[in-house]
Design a protein around this ligand. Structure first.
Ligand SMILES: [Fe+2]
Length: 240
């Protein structure tokens, strides 16, 4: 399986704090059947000031450690980009990491605030799409606004955004409102991929299989593998 949303790099966001914790996460990912992961540290101006160049340096260090410990997890570079006007200049200056490329669009993992869907988000999305950047909205099923009204996310899907659902949400680890929305989005056929959004071993571990199994009950076995293997692979290899 291929995980396109996880916080594995140590000490640069709310993921693992130390290299040892980070290595334990990577080892757990491998044990749970993940062979490839795109690391997606928060890119959140003023809070987690990560950007393409700094993440690349951190990733290079982490790859060396993985090699030294013989942990066979193949890593790619990405980021989870927090919606905000500060991002516009970062896009223009090519300081944003993308997940990969597909059909001529670079794929940006875009995070909305957890509490609501901000007014004007659609304008930002339109601006990105005009530049051949396709937002993949990170875990909309966990957004409080979407809990209240699933159709808060509909305009984004209509515009061409993709949706990443957290595997743990489908398995029920994020509570009933998130599980319910995840199931509904799967039923509508709007889910592009499942990802772990791993941060730690305790509450948000790097696992996809429990979510895939739960999703298989809705979209079928073949459909579930698309969500955790075929589509993620097409995105990371799309530009090559
Ligand atoms: Fe995340």
């Amino acid at each position: 399986m291929i995980d396109l949303h996880c916080h594995l790099l140590p000490g640069i966001d709310d993921g693992p704090e130390t290299m040892e914790e980070a290595l334990a996460l990577a080892a757990h990912a491998v044990r749970s059947g993940i062979v490839r992961a795109v690391v997606t540290p928060h890119v959140h101006v003023g809070r987690y000031d990560n950007e393409l160049v700094s993440i690349a340096a951190d990733l290079a260090r982490f790859r060396l450690e993985l090699e030294r410990r013989n942990i066979p997890l193949e890593l790619g570079l990405g980021g989870e980009v927090r919606l905000g006007e500060e991002i516009i200049s970062m896009v223009m200056e090519e300081r944003i990491p993308y997940l990969g490329e597909r059909d001529g669009y670079r794929i940006m993992l875009l995070e909305l605030p957890h509490s609501h869907v901000p007014v004007g988000s659609d304008k930002f999305v339109a601006w990105l799409l005009k530049r051949n950047i396709r937002p993949m909205i990170a875990h909309p099923e966990r957004n409080k606004g979407v809990h209240q009204d699933i159709d808060k996310i509909t305009p984004f899907v209509s515009m061409g955004c993709w949706l990443q659902i957290t595997a743990g949400s489908v398995a029920g680890n994020f509570g009933e409102p998130s599980r319910k929305r995840a199931v509904q989005l799967l039923e509508r056929g709007w889910v592009t991929i499942l990802a772990s959004d791993a941060h730690n071993l305790e509450h948000r571990p790097p696992e996809l299989e429990p979510g895939r199994r739960a999703a298989a009950a809705i979209v079928g076995e073949e459909g579930s593998w698309k969500l955790v293997r075929d589509t993620p692979l097409a995105i990371v290899d799309g530009g090559k």
